[in-house]
Design a protein around this ligand. Sequence first.
Ligand code: NDP
Ligand code: MG
Length: 380
Amino acid sequence: MTKNIAILGSTGSIGTQTLDVARMHNIKVSALTANKNIDILEQQIREFKPHLVCITEEEYASRLKAAVSDVDVKITSGISGMKEAAQLENVDTVVNAVVGAAGLLPTMYAIEAKKNIALANKETLVAGGGVVTEAVKRHNVTLYPVDSEHSAIFQCLQGCSANSLKKIILTASGGAFFGKTKNDLKNVTVEQALQHPNWNMGAKITIDSATMMNKGLEVIEASWLFNMPEDQIDVLIHRESIIHSMIQLKDNAVIAQLGTADMRIPIQYALTYPQRLPSPVKELDLSDIAKLTFAKPDNDTFQCLDICRKALRKGGLYPAVANAANEAAVELFLKQKISFGDISEIVGNTVEKFRGSEQECSLEAILSTDMEIRKQILNQ
Ligand code: NDP
Ligand code: MG
């Protein structure tokens, strides 16, 4: 079991829930990072007394230093500070709860320092699956999934040999606009898109759930984590978010993992594996829920899932391109500069137009392509 963690992105939805788990199980928290949220960071520093804290936006570092001048903590900033946090001595597991492809480089730093990774930042594997998987093997570390579907699959696989796996069935809530038509979606607002039926998450992933991009990213993530080809990863709409995902074995037996929709279960499992410890998460009462429903995804109205599948089949830089285009488009949508429907248009057109390597690529190629695509879309 993990004893000492660094949390990258500690002020976000996953970051704060990771601190709940750490608090409950007395896991030492040695490093914290955030982008600019110094108020929450200050509270976290006072409670958890980490050795090192990094604020990536450098202009906030002096304000944070002043706010905690009475506390014995090292404050750093920028990517060098992130590297220090990801590689801090005595930390055994780095929880990556950063949002977006900004999490890729810190994941690589942590792996190079032989840390295990509890990975919430799915964009790490979407953009850099090949280089990350290779580095995990080379440095002999373990990557524990935190994303609820991937944790569910990881849990289902306990006790099954990997070669008995036939298919992965990722469940999807369907997001804020399940059942809507293309026409209905023309004038939806940012506020409406931010209403997720079952999970309370950061803004970017909530929009990704509404477009179904999140499930597309998760198909790519699952493909890397469980070494499965795209056509052996199914997606099933399950509005209640009680079954977090399933596996189908070669004999057609299906194993599912169920639970209340609360990220503290997968976070805790990633940190306490292989142990099962008490948790504050509400017990599941199936008689109360009474009915579980399932449906096929509507890939005509929500095109991002198929765009991601196509990018995964192409390989090379294509998933990184789809991801970067999506991050830029979601940023523009949140600033109300484009419409909801424009997000999938932009992602689809960007992947369609891209001409680049379909072979495994270097980290440098991935990072520069990511930056280039983002720039193109944000400056249009
Ligand atoms: P949030 O937006 O709530 O939090 C993101 C965290 O990352 C914050 O601490 C933020 O700091 C920091 N951050 C933002 N931008 C940068 C950057 N450019 N460089 C470094 N740090 C940055 O996101 P979530 O917690 O919802 O999601 C985190 C990751 O986990 C995502 O990859 C998401 O897809 C995944 N995930 C989330 C789930 C959830 O339930 N929330 C479920 C499954 C997966 P600041 O507060 O200063 O902005
Ligand atoms: Mg998920």
